[in-house]
Design a protein around this ligand. Structure first.
Ligand code: PMV
Length: 317
């Protein structure tokens, strides 16, 4: 029987992606840059079955994004009906990039189980078709998702061991988000007066971010990443109706990160389509950052991660 299990880690964008090109193949409007985390993990098993069945965190679900993805994959490869079981060791669809690790792991498991023999770039392209950010979780460490190789796929730009940053995640809510990223991006593109300024400035942020990473310049990366995050949320807030992903504890946590910065701690914040704050810091600052963020009113818990590997198979062929 064809079956395989893959493990994949979420990634956090330092230069954000928010907006797609027109068309069906999920091409981002702008390039993005990310870090893949280690301790958060999605484990996905696929096997041939009598009919398609999707189980996420122990519950059978109907998931439109996964179903559409399978339709696209079957147009290119002959695949039987599949049983898919996916579980996360962190909250799903709550702004912790579960769709990135989910699609990166799903594609990696399908590629192995059915001997599709994709190259790493092909896996990244296919993962992107499921969820834009998933293209980046195929790679570990620092990754760039851009159109430089012709088709839009991610590439590794610096391995995790070369610059072992830490990420302290302040979880401020475990609720699933009200507006998913696909719908949110469409809304921003159609309604925000700032959309074209966003796409233009993201291109230069991406180039500047790549250079800061190659020079391991923490303070430059911090200012580029915070600016990209705040511009994305300004775009979200200026959409109609507004996309408001933060809560009070999100703001309190950002204020605490800013206090730490004023005290000379090497840390910066970033926030995705959800209320969690990710504080990226130099290795030696992780303890103080974790301790301070755990004490912010409204923070439910903190998760401390290092940088992790790209998606991989858990079972030999
Ligand atoms: O890949 P998606 O559709 O889940 O969108 C990701 C959007 C952000 O996480 C907010 C930004 C990013 O680049 O990861």
């Amino acid at each position: 029987m064809n079956q395989a299990t893959a493990l994949a880690h979420p990634n956090i964008a330092l230069v954000k992606y928010w907006g797609k090109r027109t068309g069906k193949t999920n091409i981002p409007a702008t390039p993005s840059l990310s870090i893949t985390l280690d301790n958060l993990v999605t484990r996905t098993s696929v096997r041939e079955s009598e009919r398609d069945q999707i189980e996420i965190d122990g519950k059978v679900v109907s998931d439109e994004k996964i179903e559409d993805f399978l339709v696209q994959l079957r147009a290119a490869y002959s695949l039987p009906p599949l049983s898919i079981e996916s579980s996360n060791n962190f909250p799903t669809s709550a702004g912790l990039a579960s769709s990135a690790s989910g699609f990166a792991g799903l594609l990696t498991a399908i590629d192995t189980a059915f001997n599709l023999e994709m190259s790493v770039s092909e896996r990244s392209i296919w993962a992107r078709k499921g969820s834009g950010s998933a293209a980046r979780s195929i790679f570990g460490g620092f990754a760039s998702l851009d159109g430089e190789s012709g088709d839009w796929c991610a590439r590794g730009v610096l391995p995790a061991r070369a610059w072992p940053l830490k990420v302290v995640i302040a979880v401020t809510s475990e609720k699933t988000k009200d507006v998913g990223s696909t719908q949110g991006m469409k809304r921003s593109k159609q309604t925000s007066p700032y959309y074209s300024a966003w796409t233009e400035s993201t291109k230069s942020d991406h180039a500047a971010g790549l250079s800061a990473i190659s020079q391991q310049d923490f303070s430059r990366l911090a200012s580029i990443a915070e600016s990209s995050c705040l511009k994305m949320h300004a775009l979200m807030l200026s959409s109609q109706p507004p996309l408001f992903y933060w809560n009070g504890a999100t703001v309190e946590t950002i204020a605490t990160v800013r206090e730490l910065q004023s005290a000379g701690v090497s840390v910066f914040f970033t926030v995705d389509a959800g209320p969690q704050v990710k504080a990226v810091c130099q290795e030696d600052a992780a303890d103080i950052v974790a301790e301070r963020l755990a004490n912010v009113p409204g923070v439910l818990k903190t998760l401390v991660c290092g940088l992790g590997p790209g998606a991989y198979v858990d079972q030999p062929r």
